[in-house]
Design a protein around this ligand. Sequence first.
Ligand SMILES: [Zn+2]
Length: 176
Amino acid sequence: MLVENLHAGGAPAQKKVFVLDTSAVISGFVPGLTTVKQVTVQEVLNEARDLCSKLELETAVLAGMVEVVEPSNKALAEVRGKVGLTGDTVSRTDIKLLALALDLKLAGEQPELVTDDYAIQNLATLFNISYRRIAMPGIKEVLRWERVCPACGRKYPPSSSRCEACGSKLVRRPKR
Ligand SMILES: [Zn+2]
């Protein structure tokens, strides 16, 4: 069902690249079932590994179906600069995924972020990068986010933005 959704656009798949975020990985996106090139960043692998012990993604990476790519410093700087202006709380992983998509776009490819995460979807819009929801039933139950203070480590619900104890800007991470 997922793969049908992904091909529903009917666009030529040659230059399209799926950029997978953690929600895509956790939702059971099956990299082996699409011919579209797929990439992600190391941080997604790390987050996903923390959430699930059995990962199809790791197998796919080992089989060469998903490429783990480090974004360029130039793209990282561009994303960080623009994110700073929005005031959104964005994780290091999100920034790297966006930067990777930006690199691909500049290289003449058609990156498409595969994500159920609103923060990343908002960022993608900001950078004119298309995204695709996974919309798999159950994803909300599997992947829950929380915000944590980078300074003192206190945890907050996803709606909080500042630490009540020390005033630091909270960062988002998958709930354990
Ligand atoms: Zn704090």
